[in-house]
Design a protein around this ligand. Structure first.
Ligand code: SF4
Ligand code: ZN
Length: 319
C-alpha cells in the first residue's frame, strides 16, 4: 500500500488506509475523513442546499448511513427518518442496523411505520396497486419524508444519491431523450406547493468513495438486494457507464457536472416542453400536497389515497 499523500507532503511517513482510484489519491484514515467532509461541505455550499437543518431518509444502506453520519459530524442539525416498509425478512434487519448505528454514533433517529400510516405493508400495497414495487415505494417514501420533514421544520430533505447513480440516470435520460427529466434533474429541487426542498449532497462522491467511508468507519449497513427490487434497468445503465469509465477515466464526473454547468442552463432557457397538465393543491383530508390533473378531481394525497385503497380492500374481504 502506498503512503498517505497529505502526510507525505508534511514529511510524515504514514501508510495509506485507502486508495481513491478515481482521483489517484492514497490517504490515511484521518486525511480521508478530512477530504470527505470538506468535499461534502463544499458541495452543500456550492449548490446552496441548506444552512443549518436537514432531514435524511435513512434506509440502512451504505449511502444513507454515510450521509447521516457525515452531515452530523459537520455540525448540521440532522433528523434521520427511517421508514419501516414492513417487507418480511428485510425491514426488520434494516431497522436493527439503523437503530444500532444511531445509538453507537449518537445520531437523531425517527422511525415511521408504513403500516401505522396506511394500514398495510409495502408488499400488501404493491399487490393492491398492481404497479412495479419500486415505483409504488418511491412515491410512498417521497410523501412520508416530505410530511415528517415539515414537522421538524427543516430547510431540506436529503437523499443518498451519489455520482454513479446520477450519471447513470443522466445517460439513460439522454439516450431515451426524456426531455422533461433532463430539464428538471438537478442536485437541488426547490420547494414548491407544500413540497420541501430536495437535495443530493453526495452527488460529487463515487460509490467507491462511500464504500471507503463505511469500511473505515466500520459501519454495519444493509447488504444485498431488497426482495421487491424492480430496478434492473438502472443497473444496466450503471454497468454500461462503468465500461466507458474504465476505458476513459473521469468521464462520469465530466459527463454529469458539465451537463449541469453547460448544457442544462441552455435547455432550461430554450427548450419549450409542454409541462404535464397538473396542479398541486392541499389534500382534503390531511393538507399534504396532492396532485390533480383536472378541476373535478378530488384533491387526495398519495398516503391518504393508499389508506382509502387499503380500507376498501378490507371492507371487500370482510363482506
Ligand atoms: Fe423500495 Fe424498490 Fe428500494 Fe425495495 S428496491 S426499498 S421496493 S425502492
Ligand atoms: Zn392526505
Amino acid at each position: 500500500m502506498a503512503l498517505c499523500r497529505i502526510c507525505k507532503e508534511k514529511k510524515i511517513i504514514t501508510k495509506a488506509d485507502v486508495y481513491l482510484k478515481h482521483y489517484r489519491l492514497p490517504l490515511c484514515k484521518k486525511h480521508f475523513k478530512e477530504w470527505f467532509l470538506k468535499r461534502l461541505k463544499g458541495t452543500i455550499e456550492k449548490f446552496d442546499m441548506f444552512k443549518e437543518s436537514v432531514a435524511v431518509g435513512v434506509s440502512g444502506g451504505m449511502d444513507s448511513m454515510t450521509l447521516w453520519q457525515a452531515l452530523t459530524e459537520l455540525g448540521y442539525k440532522v433528523y434521520g427518518i427511517h421508514i419501516n416498509l414492513g417487507i418480511p425478512g428485510a425491514s426488520e434487519k434494516a431497522y436493527e442496523k439503523v437503530s444500532k448505528f444511531a445509538e453507537e454514533k449518537g445520531l437523531d433517529l425517527h422511525v415511521v411505520n408504513l403500516k401505522d400510516e396506511v394500514g398495510a405493508t409495502l408488499p400488501e400495497i404493491v399487490k393492491l396497486r398492481k404497479r412495479p414495487a419500486c415505483a409504488v415505494c418511491g412515491q410512498i417514501k417521497r410523501a412520508l419524508l416530505n410530511k415528517y420533514a415539515k414537522r421538524f421544520n427543516v430547510e431540506a430533505v436529503a437523499t443518498g444519491h451519489h455520482l454513479d447513480d446520477e450519471a447513470a440516470t443522466l445517460l439513460a435520460n439522454i439516450l431515451t431523450w426524456n426531455l422533461p427529466l433532463l430539464k428538471r434533474k438537478h442536485p437541488v429541487l426547490p420547494s414548491r406547493d407544500g413540497f420541501v426542498k430536495k437535495v443530493k449532497p453526495l452527488v460529487r462522491f463515487t460509490k467507491a468513495d462511500i464504500k471507503a467511508w463505511v469500511d473505515l468507519e466500520g459501519i454495519d449497513y444493509v447488504k444485498g438486494e431488497c426482495p421487491l427490487s424492480t430496478g434492473a434497468s438502472l443497473k444496466k445503465w450503471t454497468a454500461l457507464l462503468e465500461e466507458i469509465e474504465k476505458a476513459f477515466p473521469q468521464t462520469k464526473f465530466k459527463f454529469l457536472f458539465q451537463y449541469w454547468e453547460i448544457i442544462q442552463p441552455i435547455f432550461r432557457e430554450h427548450l419549450e416542453i409542454p409541462e404535464d397538465e397538473f396542479k398541486i393543491v392541499p389534500c382534503k383530508y390531511c393538507g399534504e400536497p396532492a396532485v390533480i390533473y383536472n378541476e373535478d378531481e378530488e384533491p387526495i394525497c398519495t398516503i391518504c389515497k393508499l389508506r382509502e385503497l387499503v380500507n376498501q380492500s378490507l371492507e371487500v374481504s370482510s363482506n
